[in-house]
Design a protein around this ligand. Structure first.
Ligand SMILES: [Zn+2]
Length: 247
């Protein structure tokens, strides 16, 4: 996948356009070929944007080099109702997790944020607003979102956050530049639990394929997630899988 990068794709596209233009002048090119090139470009950009694992615009850690551990992550919190339940379940199994928090939810959940750290978990940055329009934000705006959340995390916990997970897991060139400017490390996942959209049985079925090295994506905003997490951690314990942080 090392060659599936925006910079190589740009070069490829320029070559294709030069060939098309030259052919157009010499023999003429059918509309059909232009449509094919357009479709090809759209598909590549779609994959690059929607699959964080493709590392198209920037690199993200999506798996660990581990032979017996996984990393558990929670997005979109902290949530005053669900996050405390998640912390209880993690404590029960002596498991560790990283919480990717949304900046504008932190002022009202200061104690909860401190509790996450006290219990030995880590915090990551999941933007300030988690806006639906995040992927249309300028580099400057994305950079400000990351900075604002980093400042609040550091003010409350005294810990510097270096991990960032893009809202909705979508990537683009502006997010790439903002991550680089803020010297953040992007974290993806290898198993998306789909706990926000699927029922418990379906989620547990997806999670049952867990293996060492996986990074699991949960949300500490869904009422079903603590129960699912409990069953999942029991499964991990049966399989001899431990929990760790990113490496
Ligand atoms: Zn999110």
């Amino acid at each position: 996948m090392a060659y599936f990068k925006i910079k190589y794709f740009r070069i490829l596209l320029i070559i294709i356009l030069i060939i098309l233009l030259t052919s157009e002048i010499i023999v003429g090119v059918s509309l059909y070929i232009y449509i094919l090139v357009f479709l090809f470009t759209s598909i590549i950009l779609f994959i690059g944007t929607y699959f964080i694992q493709a590392n198209f615009y920037f690199n993200s850690i999506c798996t660990l080099f581990e032979d017996k551990s996984i990393a558990i992550t929670f997005d979109d919190g902290p949530d005053p109702n669900v996050t405390p339940q998640i912390l209880e379940v993690l404590k029960k199994y002596n498991a560790k997790a990283t919480f990717f928090v949304i900046g504008n939810m932190l002022d009202n959940n200061i104690e909860l944020l401190q509790e996450i750290i006290t219990q030995g978990h880590k915090l990551g940055n999941h933007s300030f607003t988690h806006s639906y329009y995040f992927d249309f934000f300028s580099t400057k705006k994305v950079k400000a979102e990351i900075e604002k959340t980093n400042i609040i995390i550091e003010q409350i916990t005294g810990e510097k956050s270096i991990y960032f997970r893009p809202p909705f897991g979508l990537t683009n060139p502006n997010i790439a530049r903002a991550i680089k400017k803020n010297k953040m490390i992007s974290i993806g996942w290898s198993i998306r639990s789909l706990d926000t959209v699927k029922d418990e049985q379906t989620v547990l079925k997806r999670l049952s394929k867990v293996k060492a090295g996986d990074i699991i994506l949960f949300h500490d905003t869904k009422i079903n997630t603590p129960k699912i997490l409990d069953k999942f951690l029991r499964l991990c314990s049966d399989k001899g899988i431990q929990t760790t942080f990113f490496n």
